[in-house]
Design a binder for this molecule. Sequence first.
Ligand SMILES: [Zn+2]
Length: 272
Amino acid sequence: MRAFLLAVSLGAALLTLAGVAEARARGGDGRFDARRSTHFLLRQDVAIDQRTGPSGTRQFERDVLRVLEAGYDQLDARLGLRPRRRLEVSIYDPARFDAHYARLAPFRIAGFYGGSIRVRGDVRVTPALVRTLHHELVHAAFDAVAPGLVLPGWLNEGLAEWFSARTAGLVPIGGQDFAALAQIGARGQLLPIARLSAPSFASLDAGTAPLAYLQSRALVDHLARQHGDQALRDLVRRLLRTGDVDGSLARAVGVDSAGLEAAFRDELGLAR
Ligand SMILES: [Zn+2]
């Protein structure tokens, strides 16, 4: 059985949970209206109209599609991902969404990926939701292009985090992030890349997960800064062709994941 990744936003922190197949099946109980954009099929819970009125809902729906299409335009340039089939997006009635998914995390979930991009209906698209949509778009694109490909968590979440930051015009790892990572590293508390290489961060507790996402974003950002953005496209291209993470890393950037970890520690000024 395939484990679905579930990423949710809590401010800047993202926590991934797995095993939503059951919730996914139940979440499909509602009735949905469908509409299409160039690259997306949007399904909307009909219950939303009864709560917020169709005009407000339609605007939210249009805004979600606009944000996703803008993200799609960046996918190829930044990561070399070109999904051919339409990607599915489901917008849920907020109460129904919370009823199905709120128990999966100790805080409000705005959206996640679990076979389709799932969004909690709202009256407006916030910057945080834009980040979430673009993060989930990367998971959806990998799933569409290479359904059987299982990436290590740091690469899967790191690429999604890096992409959503860059697409928002942000620096993926700012000075404060860098300083925090150096401090955590000086205390010997960075997570080893072996631990970050599990396919999912689902088993991490709420205190550890934000660090796992930060380190993942930092490792991918390190690759982009040291080797150029095109190195990420090259890495993804090789991954899609071979599925071999260390081999693709070695050919795209000259180091395997252990070498990447060592180079990143060097950059932070830490002993290997
Ligand atoms: Zn994710």
